[in-house]
Design a protein around this ligand. Structure first.
Ligand code: ADP
Length: 288
């Protein structure tokens, strides 16, 4: 069931009459439902405890990916609401029916993802901050990827984890050595438009086999960051990577850098879920 406050607001301000609600599972952070409405099937996600502008930033991220063009699908958004009193925050968008996706579809999706990465910008970062899951993500702009990765990605998450007692303060010494070694690790690259949270739960194929992107944490970063993210939980189909490499060449040694990029999502998981992720992050950093 969706909250009456949302149903009433949709009717009053967006002329959306909800006829049927089907709860959906799968989201880690928010509640989600498929709404059958007078405007067709719509997808609603909502959260009573969402940070104030979380859904607004998600909508902006979806817009940036959609504007990148190409033959990739990004759901059209219809309305967003910041949480206010009894009213939960929510995001309403087009519902996209999912299909199976053949290996040819995965190849085309990989090629399209490379096309998104070819959208560039003068700086790493973005002109506004956003969220990864429900955690704030700082996108302060930097000329150097190395500086951006350390200052805006790793340091804030390490600080949050230490403040919450999930990592020991002694890890800071390891971090300093890790940052020092990074200076010779990353291959040079122009800032690329990234999805930013590209794990297997944040894409699917529609009924025509077109790749669909959802739930982004967009910024301009090193393209290897998105690719490493795809390998965080088991990886994407092999054809996805072949498709990607049919458009963009990977720098030698990428496999050896995956764990380094994925320290960021690992730390995000430490801060969202704790537990085993914290010991994994600690073991990784203690190698330095
Ligand atoms: P959360 O932010 O809570 O992780 P997601 O945006 O990942 O939520 O959505 C949860 C699930 O709902 C996804 O795994 C996906 O299967 C489905 N989903 C998300 N957006 C759409 C959409 N526009 N149309 C159809 N299904 C969607």
């Amino acid at each position: 069931m969706i909250p009456e406050t949302i149903k009433n607001l949709l009717s009053r301000e967006h002329s959306v009459q909800v006829n049927k609600v089907t709860s959906l599972s799968g989201g880690d952070i928010n509640r989600a439902a498929k709404l059958s409405t007078n405007r067709g099937d719509l997808f609603l996600k909502w959260n009573h405890n969402a940070p104030a502008d979380m859904f607004e930033k998600e909508e902006e991220g979806l817009d940036l990916l959609r504007q990148a063009g190409g033959n990739i699908k990004v759901p059209d958004t219809i309305a967003h609401q910041n949480p206010e009193g009894e009213m939960p925050g929510f995001l309403l968008m087009e519902f996209i029916h999912s299909g199976t996706g053949s290996s040819d579809d995965a190849f085309r999706f990989g090629a399209e993802m490379a096309g998104i990465h070819n959208q560039s910008n003068s700086h790493f970062g973005l002109d506004h901050n956003n969220y990864i899951g429900r955690l704030p993500q700082s996108n302060k702009q930097h000329k150097s990827w190395n500086t951006f990765f350390v200052e805006e990605r790793i340091k804030p998450q390490v600080k949050t984890a230490i403040d919450a007692g999930k990592l020991p303060e002694s890890i800071l010494k390891n971090c300093e050595r890790f940052y020092f070694e990074l200076e010779s690790i990353f291959p040079g690259n122009k800032p690329s438009l990234l999805h930013g949270d590209l794990w297997g739960g944040n894409y699917f194929f529609d009924t025509n086999g077109i790749g669909v992107l959802i739930d982004p944490a967009v910024y301009y970063g090193h393209p290897e960051m998105d690719l490493a993210f795809t390998k965080m939980f088991g990886g994407f189909p092999a054809e996805f990577y072949r498709g990607y490499e049919s458009v963009n060449t990977l720098e030698p040694g990428f496999n050896g850098r995956i764990q380094i990029y994925n320290l960021y999502p690992l730390l995000v998981h430490v801060n969202l879920f704790g537990g085993g992720y914290a010991s994994r992050a600690r073991r990784f950093l203690e190698n330095y």
